[in-house]
Design a protein around this ligand. Structure first.
Ligand SMILES: NC(=O)c1ccc[n+]([C@@H]2O[C@H](COP(=O)([O-])OP(=O)(O)OC[C@H]3O[C@@H](n4cnc5c(N)ncnc54)[C@H](OP(=O)(O)O)[C@@H]3O)[C@@H](O)[C@H]2O)c1
Length: 258
């Protein structure tokens, strides 16, 4: 097997939030395989420790960082822990998210808060804390460019009946990303939105039973993407040459119509 430390991200450091499962877990392993030293953040430390072991067993370097990124202090601490451990920060994947679907009429507004606080504010807090480090990394070798990747969703591009609050959380983070992109792109910090369709992860499992059934029937017969499909997409984005910024990528399963 190739030595990760010879890969295209050698000499760089990444932080991935929501790395204890699904897309974040696979993305962290992929970035480590490309040579980045990776901080993996989430709340379930046992899962993060297993991921660190998986990365180290493959010849990479990683550290687990316990963080609830809905708390601005913890989001900032995750960034600080990454820089304290590895000395810099070149790539951030603000990926932690929750999807709680259902009608807006008579909705549990606690579910709205959970989504806005994580999908929108959690990503924004992570970005805010990381930006000084990303701007500094963009001026340094080996890449002289840095990346903030935000995992949005098809739901950040298209409104669906029954997804209103999730749509709101993802549309909002998309607006933030575009405004930030304009602000920092000429300083060679690239801001990229990844917009997956259905991916086989734990995401839907946090819904109420009737919503889980509705999601299952909506995607009946659809071959979902694997987390690895999105990890490879993110790898493409962050290993693109310095002059090329992949601003937005919508990736659906081929058999997903909407
Ligand atoms: N799966 C899909 O079909 C799909 C489609 C479009 C977009 N997405 C987006 O992809 C991203 C990743 O989702 P996934 O599909 O990989 O789902 P997942 O397997 O449920 O992963 C979600 C991750 O977020 C973390 N997380 C949850 N609350 C957190 C908090 N307060 N602070 C820090 N981390 C937290 C979870 O870890 P802990 O519980 O350990 O904290 C977990 O690592 C999300 O933003 C989601 O909206 C997914």
């Amino acid at each position: 097997m190739a030595n990760p430390l010879d890969g295209p991200l050698a000499g760089t450091v990444a932080l991935v939030t929501g790395a204890s499962s699904g897309i974040g877990e696979q993305t962290a392993a992929t970035l480590a395989g490309l040579g980045a030293e990776v901080a993996v953040a989430a709340r379930r430390v046992d899962r993060l420790d297993a991921l660190v072991k998986r990365i180290e067993d493959a010849g990479g370097r990683a550290v687990a960082v316990e963080a609830d990124v809905t708390d601005e202090v913890q989001a900032r601490a995750a960034v600080t822990a990454t820089v304290d451990r590895f000395g810099r920060l070149d790539t951030v994947v603000a990926n932690a998210g929750v999807m709680l679907l259902g009608p807006l009429v008579d909705a549990d507004t606690g579910e709205w808060r959970r989504m806005i606080e994580l999908n929108t504010l959690g990503a924004m807090y992570t970005a805010h804390a990381a930006l000084p480090h990303l701007l500094a990394a963009a001026e340094r070798e080996p890449r002289r460019v840095a990346d903030l990747v935000i995992t949005s969703s098809v739901a950040g591009r298209r409104v669906r009946h029954g997804s209103g609050a999730y749509n709101a959380s993802k549309f909002a983070v998309g607006a933030f990303a575009e405004a930030l992109r304009m602000e920092v792109t000429q300083r060679f910090v690239r801001v990229s939105l990844i917009e997956p369709g259905a991916v086989a992860t734990e995401l839907a499992s946090h819904n109420r039973p009737e919503v889980r059934e509705a999601i299952a029937s909506r995607f009946d017969g659809v071959e979902r993407l694997a987390a690895d499909d999105i990890a490879r997409t993110i790898a493409f984005v962050v290993t693109s040459p310095r002059h090329m910024a992949v601003n937005e990528v919508l990736v659906r399963p081929t058999s997903q119509q909407e």
